[in-house]
Design a protein around this ligand. Structure first.
Ligand SMILES: Cc1cc2nc3c(=O)[nH]c(=O)nc-3n(C[C@H](O)[C@H](O)[C@H](O)COP(=O)(O)OP(=O)(O)OC[C@H]3O[C@@H](n4cnc5c(N)ncnc54)[C@H](O)[C@@H]3O)c2cc1C
Length: 424
């Protein structure tokens, strides 16, 4: 296929460019070398991308991951957000039940076996051990891994993504996929594809870790009990979450740069404050996360928007691809419902499916949900469940040469069950 015959999305989509006082410049068109063809192309190697790729690979699809950084796990590892939340919830018989099974549970189990996960419910993991486990599992599934490259554009023809453009030290290259899974967290692919979506401004933080926690001397004169983060599998190390500022735009370059600078300074100065309190002199700043903590930004307006009502009412879907748990209390119909009283909830395949593009699925914190569901929809457990469903859906669509909208849900559910997913 000649790339020059394909239309760039900008030709098909009427969008208003960001207004700059400096105006715009036209980039000349150019021929781009085709790097590879693949069945399933996963953009982003975070919790959703890894599970999507492993499920597609195990289902027999030739699969590639494109990841901008140098490791797998996304915010879970590079963002240092260590607890895998939403593993359990209340079932219809009123009992707490484990709901995260399949590939996500296999990842958690491998970490437990290595002594690198603590807590049975919502396990907290070690980030370097997790990068290692994910690397091994991706290799075992025969996935082709492309690190250090950004997905920067797509070429769309007849509502089908013909090519995905990546940028790296090797230059600009094209990958020709049968099906693409958008696991960028920020919906970079569906944004370029011209799908409709909502934007949500929310808290952005920067997580850090403190070392020498086991050397805090509680007998020191003047010692005070202060918050020094939460435990990790390493006894000398705590992770320090940051809620961060609210109402923040997670896709604005200037905003991200401003927050990055502010948080780096805040974290260093906060650690100095901790070290100044008697008994805490040996505590030190082990690291700050290599990626800023954007909780949510673009949210797909897909075939179906999952709602808070769905999640609070045991709603069952014919096209269920996975079940999620609850990790926090929330307000529902003016009542505060505690975590322990919250029901398990189903995710339908159609909430991973965009309205137009025939070969694109979406997983992770940008799949199609209603904003009131955000606290549960943006969590690692949910990201991995949606990844498992999307990867399987992509493999089925690629194998049968069907659109993602027409992919056979019975086949998808059969493969998911074979891969030990829990569908209720
Ligand atoms: C401060 C903070 C604390 C949190 N605490 C918790 C917690 O305790 N427990 C919990 O369960 N969840 C927590 N979360 C949420 C959790 O981080 C997310 O649910 C989860 O990481 C989402 O996974 P994802 O795969 O959708 O996206 P991400 O983890 O964001 O992964 C996306 C991946 O795609 C890559 N990528 C993005 N764009 C491109 C591109 N254009 N080209 C190539 N690669 C690209 C990124 O580098 C990244 O690896 C927290 C989030 C934040 C910000």
């Amino acid at each position: 296929m000649l790339l020059s015959k394909c239309k760039a999305p900008q030709d098909e989509i009427t969008s208003t460019p960001d207004s700059s006082p400096l105006g715009t410049i036209t980039e000349p068109s150019r021929e781009i070398e085709i790097l590879e063809e693949t069945d399933v192309l996963v953009i982003g190697g975070g919790p959703s991308g890894v599970t999507a790729a492993i499920s597609a690979g195990r289902a027999g699809a030739r699969t590639t991951i494109v990841e901008r950084y140098n490791h797998l796990g996304g915010l879970w590892t590079g963002g240092l957000v260590l607890p895998l939340l939403s593993t359990h919830a209340l079932n219809r018989s009123g009992q707490q039940q484990k709901v995260i099974h399949g590939i996500p549970d296999e990842i958690a189990q491998r970490l437990k076996d290595m002594g690198m996960a603590i807590h049975e419910v919502n396990p907290t993991i070690d980030p370097e051990a997790t990068k290692y486990v994910l690397e091994k599992m991706v290799q075992e599934a025969g996935i082709n891994m492309l690190y250090h490259c950004w997905m920067s554009n797509i070429i769309v023809e007849n509502e089908t993504i013909k090519a995905v453009i990546i940028e790296s030290k090797s230059g600009r290259k094209a990958i020709m996929p049968k099906v693409v899974v958008d696991c960028t967290g920020d919906g970079d692919v569906f944004h370029l594809a011209g799908e409709s979506y909502e934007e949500m401004k929310y808290h952005i933080g920067l997580v850090s870790r403190l070392g020498n926690i086991d050397r805090i001397d509680k007998t020191k004169p003047g010692y005070e009990e202060i918050y020094v983060g939460d435990p990790t599998p390493l006894k000398s190390v705590n992770w320090f979450n940051m809620h961060g500022e609210n109402d923040q735009d997670g896709t604005d370059l200037h905003n991200l740069s401003k927050l990055q600078q502010k948080y780096r300074i805040d974290i260093w100065e906060n650690t100095e404050h901790i070290r100044s309190i008697p008994g805490h002199e040996e505590v030190f700043l082990l690291d700050t996360a290599s990626q800023l903590g954007v909780r949510v930004s673009r949210i797909l307006d897909g075939k179906y928007k999952l709602t808070l009502d769905d999640s609070m009412s045991y709603r069952a879907f014919d096209d269920v691809i996975g079940i999620c748990g609850a990790w926090t209390s929330l307000l529902y119909n003016a009542n505060r419902v505690s975590r322990d009283n919250r029901p398990l909830w189903q995710i339908p395949y159609r909430s991973l499916v965009p309205k137009k593009t025939r070969n694109l699925l979406v997983a992770g914190r940008c799949f199609s949900f209603d904003k009131p569901l955000v606290e549960d929809a943006r969590i690692i457990g949910t990201a991995m469940i949606t990844g498992h469903g999307a990867g399987t859906g992509a493999a089925v669509a690629a194998r049968s040469n069907s659109s993602v909208q027409d992919a056979d849900i019975n086949q998808i559910q059969k493969i998911l069950k074979d891969q030990k997913a829990y569908l209720g």
